[in-house]
Design a protein around this ligand. Structure first.
Ligand code: 3PG
Length: 306
């Protein structure tokens, strides 16, 4: 009997867990749940005899992969899979998948929500500004970027996107104006919303040279990974230009400097919460178990990332 382990420090919504359990029981799989664990050893023990592992942003290191002697598949319920050691998994022929798009709407709503909140001075009662008529730059127009564009259209923003992996024609079909470089995007837009993954090419790629191109009263919005930002460059920007603001779903490592020096020019969520909605949890959790079932039963590797 295949054993499916759901191991999430940040639990999925209970309905997602119930749904996963139900699919497991109908398919004849054993279901095992490890939530809110605080010590890596708990995960190492739990994964020992699992055939499939479902996680959120839990760190699936080489150690975890090696402890999972029977592991055949790991599914990250969510988009970013920078938490999984792909090399270690591939060495053991373990398939790694994500569940693209399943939590995209939650992240997109948060991006726009933070923009409104910030433009209105964090609802402190003082006069703010509006999003209408401002240029919004979408840095990578995948599942999340596309939904950000859709919502921003409702705010009557002028929307541009840079995405080296999307053809101009397909960007235009989304009602968005394509630009040819990140530099052009940052130069044009008061708001830039980042939707690039964190990998060897993108880590620290949002640097001073790029940020400094942004026009007056610029706000950089990061609902991607904090690692894509070059924090030294960010601090330099904050120090040099008092019209530059940074809002992010999760604080940068240099949060203390912001708190000490830049009051009113930043907003950080207390912990990463882009995908923290019931809907996103249910979508991502159920997609994960369905993908596992489809892999076990039909060899379907559609969302494989390694
Ligand atoms: C993602 O990559 O899908 C999001 O960052 C969500 O991460 P979480 O499941 O850990 O909240």
């Amino acid at each position: 009997m295949k054993k499916i382990l759901v191991a999430t420090v940040k639990p999925f919504h209970p309905n997602a867990v119930d749904g996963i359990q139900e699919i497991c029981s109908k398919a004849g799989y054993e279901f095992s749940l490890l939530e809110k664990y605080s010590d890596k050893s708990e995960l190492l023990d739990a994964v020992a005899d699992a055939n499939a592992l479902i996680v959120r942003s839990d760190k699936v290191t080489r150690e975890v992969i090696e402890a999972g002697k029977n592991l055949e598949i790991i599914v990250r319920g969510g988009a970013g899979y920078d938490n999984v050691d792909l090399e270690a998994a591939s060495e053991k022929n373990i398939v790694v998948m994500n569940t693209p798009g399943q939590n995209a709407n939650a992240v997109a709503e948060l991006a726009l929500g933070m923009m409104v909140y910030f433009a209105r001075n964090q609802f402190n009662g003082k006069a703010g500004t509006e999003l209408r008529g401002k240029n919004l730059g979408i840095h990578a127009i995948g599942n999340v970027g596309q939904l950000v564009a859709e919502i921003a259209r409702g705010f009557n923003m002028d929307i541009y996107a840079y995405d080296p992996f999307e053809k101009d024609e397909s960007i235009k079909k989304k009602g968005v104006t394509p630009v040819q470089s990140a530099e052009e995007l940052y130069k044009k837009c008061q708001y830039v919303s980042i939707h690039i993954p964190a990998n060897d090419k993108t880590r620290n790629s949002i640097n001073y040279d790029l940020m400094k191109l942004m026009p007056e009263n610029a706000t950089l919005v990061n609902t991607a990974r904090k690692e894509v930002i070059d924090e030294e460059g960010l601090q330099k920007m904050m120090a040099e230009r008092d019209d530059f603001n940074y809002i992010s779903d999760i604080a940068p490592d240099c949060k203390d400097v912001f708190e000490e020096k830049y009051e009113g020019r930043f907003f950080f969520t207390p912990k990463k919460m882009g995908a923290q909605t019931s809907e996103a949890n249910i979508n991502a959790g159920l997609a994960a178990i369905k993908q596992i079932k489809n892999y076990f039963e039909n060899g379907d590797k559609t969302f494989q990332v390694n």
